[in-house]
Design a protein around this ligand. Structure first.
Ligand SMILES: [Mg+2]
Length: 177
């Protein structure tokens, strides 16, 4: 069946969360590469969950607009992002980020904030997410999903693209083809 909705993850897909998190924790991006769970283990979400400014001021990746445009040319596209489990500040910060960096999606209410992404899975929906277990859960629940390539998911078996640009090229071809 044809895809008619695309769900784009924020953290690690549109937003460079690692770059800002390593500064707060005084570690390096290589540390995250060596241990993808290090941010969880160091309690970064407890530390930053209530810090609205931190979430609002995270930098977008340089490919953010190209990725969104490629998706929008295929199907109606929504941001689908999970809140910090321990504090509510991330929700406000994320909304402010979307308003600033994706004003059209904000204006059209094309964003969903939930920890239950798999509930949106069906035969015509596609999730693009950098977390392997979320990709798998979405597929198990009947959706299509692509693991967004990141330095911390290189060892995942379900990683079809090596770079963000490779994935964007694939999506652009999908549209023209
Ligand atoms: Mg993510």
């Amino acid at each position: 069946m044809k895809i008619n909705k695309i769900y784009l993850d924020m953290d690690g897909v549109l937003v460079d969360l690692v770059e800002s998190a390593v500064k707060v924790l005084s570690i390096t991006e290589q540390d995250v590469f060596a241990n993808p769970n290090i941010l969880d283990e160091m309690g970064v979400w407890d530390m930053l969950g209530s810090n609205i400014d931190w979430w609002e001021n995270l930098l977008p990746y340089e490919w953010k607009d190209d990725l969104i445009n490629a998706c929008e040319n295929i199907a109606t596209t929504y941001i689908l992002t999970a809140p910090s489990k321990t504090a509510t500040g991330s929700v406000t910060g994320k909304l402010l980020w979307i308003r600033e960096h994706c004003p059209k999606m904000f204006k059209e209410s094309r964003f969903i904030i939930t920890n239950q992404k798999h509930l949106l899975a069906n035969s015509s929906s596609l999730l693009i997410d950098d977390t392997s277990r979320k990709v798998e859960k979405f597929i198990i629940n009947g959706g299509s999903a692509i693991l967004f390539p990141q330095m911390y998911n290189t060892k995942e078996g379900n990683r079809p693209f090596n770079t963000a640009r490779e994935l964007i090229g694939y999506l652009q071809n999908e549209c023209s083809g």
